[in-house]
Write a new protein. Sequence first.
Length: 494
Amino acid sequence: MIAEAKAYKGSAVQVVPVSSSFRPPKHVVILGAGPAGLGAAYELARHQTPCTLVDKNKRVGGLARTLEFKGFRFDIGPHRFFTKEERVNQLWREVLGSEFVPVQRLTRIYYGQRFFHYPLKPLDALVGLGIARSIMAFGSYLYARMAYRRREARSFEEWITFHFGWQLYDAFFKTYTEKVWGIPCSKIAAQWAAQRIRGLNLWRAAKSAFLGNRDQVRTLTDQFHYPRLGAGMLYEKMADRVRSAGSHVFLERTVEEIHVSGNRVTGIRCADGQSLEVEPDGYLLSSIPITEFVTKLSVRPPPEVLAAAQRLKYRDHITVNLTYFGPRPFPDNWIYVHSEKVRTARITNYANFTRDMTPDADAHGLTVEYFCFRDDDLWKMRDDLLIQLAVDELKSIGVIRAENVRDGFVVREKDAYPAYYVGYESHLETVRNYVGSLVNVQMIGRGGLFKYGNQDHAVLTGILAARNLVGEEHDLWFVHEESEYLEEKNRDSR
């Protein structure tokens, strides 16, 4: 078994001695230089195993990359750095050092022309909803806990209603969720709610609000950490260290075909004509969407596999990024928009992360997020019209003065969020079983595993995939399968 290093030190990757009883692969090809791909590459460098990363973008980081525009820095939507995984936390801190800075957190929900703290605070919600609506919500909650306690939820709508009642579901879950996924909550699988929301305990939240936090819970909601120059700063530094260890990172290369011989992947061909061999004892790690992976195999999969892949859906993502000058438009890191009157789902102010994200003290980098499918009108809309739409919507909900917006640009991301539609599990199992028949392939990350996780989950799948190649055994399909989307953890968690 391979011994683990206790820390990453200095500007180079710390090498871990390789056990003489196990021979790691001579070379590994990694598709995607996002959190998962770079997590794998970084871990492989520790074991002196060279790799080659291939990514379609101009910069590393995937959906966590940072873009520069006229002195501003924008992420592809906001990222908050916290994790229960000490292996990931250690990596973040050792790579970033003093440039991993604490940020005071404020996130709110915009609903009914009012702002509510998120995570929800009982007193805040009581005042915001009003006495009558609050009484109805509390009654609905009590009814749900008694009436549905033995029923198993199949959909997101049922899960939230069974746990919190119809009134809270309608106020704080329905509209935003349907914006993100583009379908009714009754058609979204219950696993989405169970994975992301099950840590929310209304009784405990109410107790903490009225009686104080007397249990052994330490909140993580008041502060988080963040790279000084944006989320992408972490991945740029990781890529630099991977290169210094002798590996290669090729950007602006889109995979066109994945060559297969028997039950092994033997190489890839990129759209620019460049090819890359996967050596006989080599491996391929892939974080590209699993649906894209199977359709690019040189040996056509069976019809039932292709049919299952077609039924798995990803949600596409648009960010409209605005440069704004003047007084701070809002104090939040980001705001969830639960209003049916506008199409945006979330808005972010990066000046409220670190001032180094903007060029001047009166400058604010705002991101307005939209979720869609690529055949929707939003996806096809011209950039200038999208920018105008974003400005108009922010003005309509009262968070900006339109005349203070100087400029903007648009970023479109395909296949950003794997969609947990009711019944998706059987289709995923069919595709997963077929990909599993390729003996030198491991799928990693959000897209490759078709699992909506946070960036720490993605990094961890990369780390564990790399460790699988040096003698450990980890089933990546079940990484964080039982984990909650935690907003808190126990005081004794380290």
